[in-house]
Design a protein around this ligand. Structure first.
Ligand SMILES: [Zn+2]
Length: 229
């Protein structure tokens, strides 16, 4: 889909080319001869059932989309690119589901790590790294610096990329957490946005209640790889 400006500088929307989005039909018709060939099924019935189970495991009823967000027709399930997906039988929209990228920062100061306490659910009251979801059009680095500022009031600069984690224990979405290393440039720690507390913790007294498996793993990895202070 594309937008272009006409000579009158009026925004006109170019109609997207209709793209064939259905999975490959088991029957292929060869144009020239009109002969019909049967294509060998890619998946056995059992494999397809297993895959369907996975689909529903990760697509909970309450977060499922029933209607096409583009034309509001009821979505149907189709196998596309080896995965069962919801597609629109009217306009061809395919509901691709991808993990949501997030960025967080490990900030160490005099042997202590900055953690924030979660003000809201999920995991309200637990501690985690300052982190948040990347906005559409925002870079991961920008997101990391912004989230730290919003949650801790600290101005930081990123000093490197630590590691990337995938998370499946956030009930809102599956996530990819990009963890950076950062150092404080200025500012006094003050909780803001969705943080109720900001605190510096030495390695040996990191709280037990760390929200999200990816944050727990990042902290564990960080303390096991960093040089002793
Ligand atoms: Zn549609």
């Amino acid at each position: 889909m594309g937008y272009r400006k006409s000579s009158q500088d009026k925004l006109t929307i170019k109609k997207p080319k209709t793209r064939r989005t259905w999975s490959i039909s088991p029957v292929t018709r060869v144009k020239e001869s009109g002969k019909v060939y049967k294509r060998k099924a890619k998946f056995s019935k059992k494999e397809e059932e297993q895959e369907d189970d996975l689909y529903f495991k990760y697509l909970r009823k309450d977060e499922d989309f029933r209607y096409c967000p583009r034309c509001s027709a009821e979505l149907i399930k189709k196998r596309i690119d080896h995965n069962l997906r919801k597609v629109c039988p009217v306009c061809g929209f395919v509901l691709y589901r991808n993990p949501t990228p997030a960025a967080g920062v490990i900030i160490e100061k005099e042997g202590q790590i900055v953690l924030v306490r979660r003000k809201y659910n999920p995991y309200k009251g637990d501690w985690c790294l300052p982190a948040g979801f990347i906005e559409y059009g925002e870079s991961p680095e920008h997101c990391a610096v912004r989230e730290v500022k919003e949650e801790t009031n600290l101005e930081i600069k990123l000093t490197g990329l630590f590691r990337v984690y995938s998370g499946s224990d956030d009930p809102r979405t599956r996530a990819i957490l990009i963890v950076y290393l950062g150092e404080i440039v200025s500012g006094e720690p003050l909780p803001g946005d969705d943080a109720s507390e900001v605190k510096f913790f030495p390695a040996k007294s990191i709280p037990q209640n760390i929200a999200f498996q990816s944050h727990r793993q990042a902290l564990k990895d960080y303390f096991s790889t960093r040089r002793p202070a």
